[in-house]
Write a protein that binds this ligand. Sequence first.
Ligand code: GLN
Length: 322
Amino acid sequence: MSTHSHIQEIIQDVYEKYKDIDEGEVATYIPELAKANPDHFGIAMVTVDGQVCSAGDCEQEFTIQSICKPFAFQMALEEFGRDRTLEHVGVEPSGDAFNSIELEPKTMRPYNAMINAGAIAIASLIKKDTRESGVEEFVDKMARAAGRPLRIDEFVYASEDATGNRNRAIAYLMLNCGIIDAEVEHSLHQYFSQCSLLVTAQDLAMMAATLANMGMNPVTQERVFDFNYIKDTLTVMFTCGLYDHAGEWAYRVGLPAKSGVGGGLIAVVNRQLGIAVYSPRLDAKGNSVRGILACKELASHLGLHAFEFTNVGSSFMQWLGT
Ligand code: GLN
C-alpha cells in the first residue's frame, strides 16, 4: 500500500470513530453562526510535499473565526517587526476565556494575540488607510496560503458587527490604555472581517501546511509567509492557541494549534504537515469537540507530539517512507 493511501486510511478511521459524537453546541452568540449544520465533520491533512488526504465534509465552507488570529499576528510581525508588534501585544498565556476583558497589569497589553483583545490590537496595527484595502490585503494573503481565491461571508460579518459589543468594550479599554489608536470602528471592521473569512477544512489544512513548510504553499510553491517570524507564530499558537485549554492541549496533543468558534481547528507539525478539522459543535471553552478528539487521535497514532521520544525530528517521516 502506498504511504498516501495508508494515511488516507488512518484519517478515514479517525473520521468513522468520531462521526457519531454529538456532544457540544454550535455557537449562537453570533446569531449567524447558529445556522451551521451541527453534523458537519471533516478532517484534512496536507504534507509539506503537497500530498492531500481528507475525510468527510472537507469542502464545506464555514467562517475561520479565531483561526484568523495567528495569521494576522504573522502579518503584523512581517510588517512591523518583533519589537513594534510586541509593544501592542504580549506572548503570555492568559489562562482565561477567549473574550475575557483583561490586560496585563504592568504593560496594559493584551496577554497574547490568540485571544480577542490581542487580535483586535493586531487588527488595529495591520488595518490600512481604507477599510477595504486592509481587508483585501488580509484576504489576499489567506488566499495565497490556501491556494485558491477566498471571500468574506457578509452575513456573518454583519452579525458579528451587530452583536460584537463585548469586543467593542475590549477595544475601547485598549484605546483608553494607549494600546490601539482612536480608529476603533475601523479596527473592529478589520477584526470582524478577518473572522468572517470563508474557508473549508481543506483550505485550513493547506494554510497550516504553509506554516509547517516555512511559509511556502506546498502545492503552488508560492512563498506566502516570511519564515523569520513563523517560529514566533507557532510558539504563541503552542502556548495560547486553545485559550484556557492550552495547557491541557500542549500536554495531550503537543502541537501548535488554533481553534475558532465557527468549528474549525488547525494544528501544525513543524516541517512536516498541517491538519485541519471542521466540526461546529463546541465545548464550553469554545473549542470544537470532535476537532479536539480527532487531533488527539491523529497525534497519538502518528507520534506527532513535539516531545514524543519517537519523533526523531519526525516520526512522521516513517509514514512517508523516508
Ligand atoms: N469573532 C469571534 C469573536 O470575536 C471569534 C472568537 C473565536 O473564534 N473564539 O468573538
